[in-house]
Design a protein around this ligand. Structure first.
Ligand SMILES: [Zn+2]
Length: 379
């Protein structure tokens, strides 16, 4: 471990420069051309390092990038899957308001932390292993996907296919907190759309003939807001609401989008059942429920053994590595649910994901790369 870190420390500057190049290549999830451009930039770096690179072409979303590294001269069935995403939540042009910059030991900019820093860490982990002459014994597949920030609709089949033939999954999502804790548990995430339909009528001339869809929806929202149990890790949040046309018209339709999260799979299923069981409250109103569970919870048992290994490697570098349970989902939720050991939060250390303040701690870049290289070299 020491020799890996000794090689990486002087490469801090080069890692930061590569991060700057990646951040300037903006890659909003919904902009296929932009994500494709950035994906090719990443693909070039992996080709330079001798990986076999394939683009998994997509029609609507950006292409996913699959880079495979094989130990020389050996055939091995063992595989490690490394997950990361190319896309960011920032619209094209954000870089003009939020330029990549380095100051006070931090690197700032859209996607530095979530999670272009993780992509840099993976490249330098492989460089460090090559430099110290310690090649991994297993096949390593790096899957860089294009739509994690919008639910992984186009990448989920590839992620699950690859996970099923892997012995472990390492996820390069941001670490938790400035002390770089790994993520050993994540809540499950779902999204539900509630659509209320009533009957339009003139609010002054014949209100008795109207059924107000907004009122129906409001009553439903009051009901489902009681399902929150924060202590048990259950949250229900109405994030979007819309409906109606004019003040003098009784609203014919209204809709709400609801985010639901739970720490346990049975609670997630219970929430889904409650939604499905909702019935209209106002006479004559109709209610439609769409959507459901997107990411199942990532339970700690999927991460425990890998976390112990990571902690031991960190100790060799003189560091203590903590763990965290977080409310946000990632592609690690999918792989853990398949029963494949999964360790998440191995990416950059920083703060302010999805905000104008997004930044990473530069000094942690070589440390995280050494940790990842250690996991490649020993598992
Ligand atoms: Zn992310």
């Amino acid at each position: 471990m020491r020799s890996l870190l000794d090689w990486l420390r002087p490469h801090e500057r080069a890692m930061t420069n590569m991060l700057g190049q990646f951040v300037r290549a903006e890659s909003p999830s919904f902009d296929k051309a932009a994500v494709d451009r950035f994906g090719r930039m990443v693909a070039v770096e992996w080709k330079k390092r001798g990986a076999t690179v394939r683009l998994l072409r997509q029609r609507e979303r950006g292409d996913h990038v699959r880079a495979e590294w094989r130990p020389r001269g050996k055939r091995t069935a063992a595989q490690i899957l490394v997950l990361g995403h190319l896309d960011t939540v920032y619209d094209a042009g954000t870089i003009a308001r939020m330029p990549f910059r380095v100051s006070r030991g931090r690197a700032w900019g859209p996607g530095t932390f979530d999670m272009k820093g993780g992509l840099v860490i993976a490249l330098y982990a492989m460089d460090a292993l090559a430099a110290v002459g310690c090649a991994p014994k297993n096949r390593i597949v790096f899957l860089w996907t294009s739509d994690e920030e919008i639910g992984s609709g186009s990448s989920r089949p590839a992620i699950e296919r690859e996970a099923k033939r892997s012995d472990a999954v390492l996820v390069l999502e941001p670490a938790s907190g400035l002390d770089g804790r790994l993520k050993t548990g994540r809540k499950g995430v779902g999204e539900i759309e509630l659509i209320a339909t009533g009957h339009a009528a003139h609010a002054g001339l014949d209100p008795e003939n109207g059924i107000n869809a907004i009122e129906e929806l409001a009553l439903q929202i009051v009901r489902l807001s009681r399902w929150n149990q924060p202590r048990r890790g259950i949250t229900v949040n109405v994030g979007v609401i819309e409906g109606g046309t004019r003040t003098n018209v009784i609203a014919e339709s209204a809709r709400a989008l609801v985010d639901l999260r739970a720490s346990r799979i049975e609670d997630m299923r219970g929430l889904e059942r409650k939604f499905r069981a909702l019935r209209p409250i106002l006479a004559g109103a109709e209610l439609e429920i769409r959507g459901g569970l997107n990411r199942p919870p990532m339970e700690r048992k999927a991460s425990a053994a890998l976390y112990d290994k990571a902690r031991a490697l960190s100790k060799e570098m003189g560091m203590t590595l903590g763990e965290a349970f977080v409310g946000g989902g990632s592609d690690g939720n999918f792989t853990a649910a398949l029963g494949v050991p999964t360790l998440d939060g191995l990416g950059a250390v920083g703060e302010g994901a999805h905000s104008p303040n997004e930044n990473i701690v530069i000094r942690a870049l070589p440390e995280r790369a050494a940790l990842l290289a250690g996991l490649f070299g020993t598992s």
